[in-house]
Design a protein around this ligand. Sequence first.
Ligand SMILES: *Cc1c(COP(=O)(O)O)cnc(C)c1O
Length: 356
Amino acid sequence: MPTWRDNVRKVVPYVPGEQPNKKDVIKLNTNENPYPPAPGVKKALDSFDYETLRKYPDPKCSKLVSAIASYYGLSEDQVFVGVGSDDVLAMSFLTFFNSGKPVLFPDITYSFYDVWADMLRIPYRQVPLNNRFHVDPDDYIGDCGGIVIPNPNAPTGIAEKMDTYEKILDGHPGVVVIIDEAYVDFGAESVLPLIDKYDNLLVVQTFSKSRAMAGSRIGFAMGSPELIKYLSDVKFSFNSYTMDRVTIDLGTAALSDRKYFEEGVNKIIRTREWTKKKLKDLGFEFGDSVSNFIFARHEGVSASDLFEWLKSEGIYVRYFDKPRISDYLRITIGTDEEMEIFIEKVKTYLTMHGIG
Ligand SMILES: *Cc1c(COP(=O)(O)O)cnc(C)c1O
């Protein structure tokens, strides 16, 4: 006898990094920013008029869209806003990947892409990164249903030059190419200037990392007015009021302080470079991360053992038990003090195991 269970859309959900409830942990596992959002965000929160919650929010998020457009020198019809870039990316998969042909993304990449593809019944093919974890545009030649690549890539932290993406775009005028720039502010070259040349390029960014607002859920896409229109049509067919009134105000406030933003990003970059040096001295190997995390391995150490031990010591990093990367740890860049403690702990572990 068939049951209702036969008609359920069965999915294997994405597993986000742990959010431990304990205090006093050093949390280097979800690429959050260790510093608070811009002071203007607090002001906007303090002066928010709770009585306005009676009314629905602006479905177009016009205030925030306009702030993003002017920040990046775009027109408002080139900007789409969503509830975190996860929302923007999921909407984009739904909107643009309908050819029935496989969508391409790297084999080592953000582990939400295959989840969305599976959920939306979009066929996909994972294109292996080269042995140095770089994207080779030649591997993307041929017919496909679309392409999505993070730059810098996650969890490797490695970025490609703009010409890599131009080559991919030149080869694929017939499908939408999404570049997920969640970490671009930490030192990579944005492909944003290419949106005027390629009307099939969608650039996705987020306030969660460089703007320290993961808790507010703000993501956005930039692209040709035509792409943005199709994306908006799907969003408005799904749920018009996705972003709440408070968040629209806070996001707008965050963008008004360019100096705070740049100083915050530079601080994390400096701490990242310090951490790289220390890890290298301890015998770790890693690619050249231009993000707010380092993806590292050590010849003499089991990544999963070190992961568990660090956790027992109150330091959370991320471990992926997956092909090609199961001997790596992804370490988010925290404050200077947090990274000093992290390095000291790692040293202790290596000494305990007679390494180094
Ligand atoms: C963090 C992240 C996102 C999503 O972030 P949101 O918090 O949903 O904006 C998207 N892509 C990559 C590669 C990420 O690491």
